[in-house]
Structure formats: C-alpha cells, structure tokens
Design a protein around this ligand. Sequence first.
Ligand SMILES: Cc1ncc(COP(=O)(O)O)c(C=O)c1O
Length: 382
Amino acid sequence: MSAVSEKMGFELPQRMRGLQPTLIRQFFERALPESINFGLGEPDLPTPEFLRNEAARVTLEEQNGYTSHPGIPALRDKIAKQYPHLELPRTGVVVTCGSQEAMTAAFLCTVDVGDEVLLPDPSFPAYDACVRISQGEPIYYRMPAEKDFAFDIDEFRARITPKTKAAVVISPSNPTGKILTEQNFRDIAETLEGTGIWLISDEIYSDLYFNERPHSASEFYDHTIIVSGLSKSLSMTGWRLGWAACKDADLINAIQVLHGFLTVCTSTITQKASLIAWTDEAEAAKEHARSVYRERGRFLVDLFEREMGLHATSPEGAFYTMLDVRSIGDDLDVAEKCLQNRVVTVPGVAFGNEAKGFLRISFCNTEERMAEGVARMKHALK
Ligand SMILES: Cc1ncc(COP(=O)(O)O)c(C=O)c1O
C-alpha cells in the first residue's frame, strides 16, 4: 500500500504528506481465507443483548435527529461522574465518534506547527499520524523491552524540551497489555507540574484490567485530557461511542467546536442506547469481558511457552501480549511467514523500534482458535 500522497494526482497539503495506512491494517487486509486473527484489536465477544435491544427500540420508537454537538446531556453527566476526583461539570465532556475522534481532536486542539509531542515507544500508530496531521513532531520515549515494556520515568524525562507541547500515556497499553502504576503517574505528574505540557491519556482499555483497576492520569495531573469510550469494554467498536473529558474549560470547548465541524454529533441511536452502559447489567458485562480476556491471556502465554518455547509478556489489561521472536528472526519476516500460513499477527515494528523482534498478539479469539493459531505458527516457523 502506498503513501496517500503517491496515490493522488494533486499536491497534498503538508499535513497529509506521507500518511500511510498502519501496518496493522496492511497485514490484516492481506490475510488469506480461513486465517486465525491474532492481528486486529477488536473484541470478538458479542455486544451485550440489552444494548442491542435498546438500540433497536430507540430506532423503531423514536425520532432520531441530531443531538447537540457535544452529546446528550444525560450521557455527558454519566461520563463526567466516571471521574469523581475531577468534579467535572457536564461541559467538561464531549461525546465523540469513538475515542479515535477524541484523540485526533485532542492533538489538533493542543499542537501547533513544530511543537514536540512525547509518545511511548512502542505505541498505537495512530498517535504518530495524529501528531503529524497536527504538524507537530513525534518524539519517542522508550518503554524498554528489557523491562517487559514497563514505564521508565528517566526515559520520559529525558525527552522533554522547551518545545514539548503534549505527551501521551496509555494504560492498559496497546500494544503491550501493561498498566502504569500509581508511582509511574506520580512521577509523570511531578515531572510535568508547572510546565503547561498537556497529558493526553488514552483510557480506552481502562475497563479491561486483570488485577487492580488502573488509575487515570487525571487523578494526578490537572492538565490531562482523557480520551476513552465504550468500544472495547462492551464490544461496541462499530457503534462509535467515545469521549474527551478535561478540567480545562477552554481546551474542552475547543474540542467541542472542532467536533461540531468534524462530525456534528455521534449517532443519536448509539448515544441513547449508551445511556444504559453504566447500569449494573453493564458492569456485569464488563466484568464478564475482564474474566474472559484474563483467562485467555493466561492460556495463550502458557501455550507459546509450552508449544514454541517463546516468551510472551504477561498481560495486565487490554487483550494483547508481546511475543518475543528474536530467537527466530526479524519480526517482519516472522509475521509474513505466519501470514502465509493463515495466521495474522502484527510485527512489533508497527508500534515503534522498541518492539522490533516482537509480534503483537491479540487474544480476541476462543481458546480453540488460539490453539489452532499457535499450532499453525509452530508449523510455519519450525
Ligand atoms: C490504543 C487505542 N486507542 C484508541 C483506539 C480507538 O478506538 P475507538 O475509536 O473505537 O474508541 C484504539 C482502537 O483500536 C486503540 O487501540
């Protein structure tokens, strides 16, 4: 797949030049029929029935015109309450089309031409693209592979310059499944206090944790922009319900204005149905998802060890593990061999240099499918 600028017959604006579809998508789109998918980070659990029923009811019984740009007031209130430590007014929340829109808007509303933005290495490739669209410069801080991709405050601190405008943290992490500790957040807050640097906190996996509930960066640092949503915890990826939340009234207002021009509002049907995403029933569905992914993570990590003698990081949340294939070869080659043997994985380099030599494996599959996937990998890589 070529860069956008090569495909088009006209001069693209600077901010779009060189933008590429991610390697995650490139591998997925080349999958052979009947492939086992360890590639995409998309929940395979069904969207809970009570949500489907509510969306159907709303569609049939109600008129669904535009909502106000930042979303249905009752929904914004529910989201605001999720962060009691912030005491957010309703106006502190903008409902967006998935957390992806919230993230893009967060970068566009904070980053100016030439500003530097700190990103974790490895991390979700959309951050790099969003920084470039905002005409900023991505600067990477290592999450060292030799420490199982744990956060390292010295690496973070060392990348800050007078040009740093924003920094991104994600917990639980895509691609590593690791969680930032309370001490990590305290160190980050202490480092950033008084600098004016925005902290963009990607909390899309915050409900999918396997031990203690992860902290939000916003508990420790006021200049935090939370981006989150329902896609992963309630298997609602296609519904496009996300949000941005922030204590700073000017910043959240900027996001609201931009959101109005980007999308007007999130689907009204989705918003209305999502009003029941904070009920006991919804909490039970999230708990079920946690227990399923927790078990699958353990199963898969053991399987790689037992069947292939390979180490995979033990997931603390989300549904990813990083499989160390350095003993076999280059991650791009290894992922390609797997692809040709009907197993989709993502080469670590898709997420940054630090993950070279690893594959990101997502466990959005039944144990039976995962066992079949590992058997195919073993065969392909022997
Ligand atoms: C780290 C991370 N952030 C954000 C997103 C965007 O999710 P959505 O727009 O569905 O909320 C994803 C989706 O894969 C993700 O992995």
